[in-house]
Design a protein around this ligand. Structure first.
Ligand SMILES: [Zn+2]
Length: 274
């Protein structure tokens, strides 16, 4: 009799528990994990971590197998004063890698960071626009310590820019200088459309535009910005030689080669101006 009461009580409790949930309530399921989440996490890892893990699995230098033949020269093993033609070849090859999406893995490890504490011998100086879409290290696929970069809107010249280039030529031994303009350049656009005596926003902005404007004076305000940008890059290369005796002497004795170039935003390609 007691057992029957217990069974009846359990049945009553079970029924009460079940009936407290409305029939139309949708069961709560765990939030679905979008497929793209998994993909993006795994895709975000390789670039840095893959490089890191590769470095960690390498044996320390003392245990490394002896090299049978000298390794081929690479960018970061180049001596001070790399021949301009060789440096230019590295930049051209690097830009091909960049446009094809194939990048070097060397030159960015912890050992490279430590190696460069002792000093730097960049093979090339690059003066380019500050535009976030035009990073020379990426466009030329160059690693740590390989290119000495000065970036300023419209590659405009002032004392700091010229001094930085002079320093790299005199003290770091760089023998190739590249002045690289680019398509859709905002600074060139501002200089092209500004009218004489008209401020573009501040005294410093006016000074920047005033430096650029004479180099593109022959270009009509309605012309393609790319044409003006190209003209400006060539003009900067010429003005640097006129303005700096250090650079002028180095160019005339054949130590320094100056090239101007254009970076095309639509393709990532660098074309070389003569
Ligand atoms: Zn620009």
């Amino acid at each position: 009799m007691i057992q029957h009461k217990i069974v009846a009580l359990i049945a009553l409790l079970f029924f009460t528990a079940c009936s407290s949930t409305p029939d139309n309530e949708t069961p709560i399921a765990p939030p679905a994990v979008p497929e793209s989440t998994t993909t993006s996490v795994s895709a975000a890892v390789p670039a840095e971590l893959a490089q890191h893990s590769t470095t960690l699995t390498e044996p320390p230098p003392s245990l490394a197998a002896p090299k049978i033949s000298p390794p081929p020269p690479s960018h970061h093993e180049s001596p001070k004063g790399t021949e301009p033609a060789i440096a230019l070849g590295w930049l051209k090859n690097g830009n091909i890698r960049f446009t094809k999406g194939y990048f070097r893995k060397d030159g960015k490890s912890k050992s490279d960071i430590k190696r460069l504490v002792a000093g730097q011998y960049p093979h090339t100086i690059v003066l380019s626009c500050s535009d976030s879409r035009v990073p020379p290290e990426h466009a030329f696929d160059q690693a740590l310590g390989e290119i000495f970069v000065i970036r300023v809107a419209g590659e405009a010249l002032d004392s700091s820019v010229v001094a930085s280039i002079e320093y790299a030529v005199e003290h770091l031994g760089a023998r190739l200088l590249v002045v690289m303009g680019h398509t859709h350049c905002g600074a060139i656009k501002a200089a092209l459309s500004s009218k004489p005596g008209q401020s573009v926003g501040s005294a410093d902005l006016d000074a920047l535009v005033a430096d650029i404007k004479p180099r593109i004076s022959s270009i009509a305000a309605t012309s393609d910005v790319s044409e003006a940008s190209s003209k400006n890059a060539s003009g900067v290369a010429e003005d640097l030689v006129k303005r700096s005796k250090i650079l002028s002497d180095k160019v005339h004795d054949g130590t320094l080669v100056i090239k101007s170039a254009m970076y095309w935003l639509n393709s990532g390609t660098v074309s070389w101006l003569e």
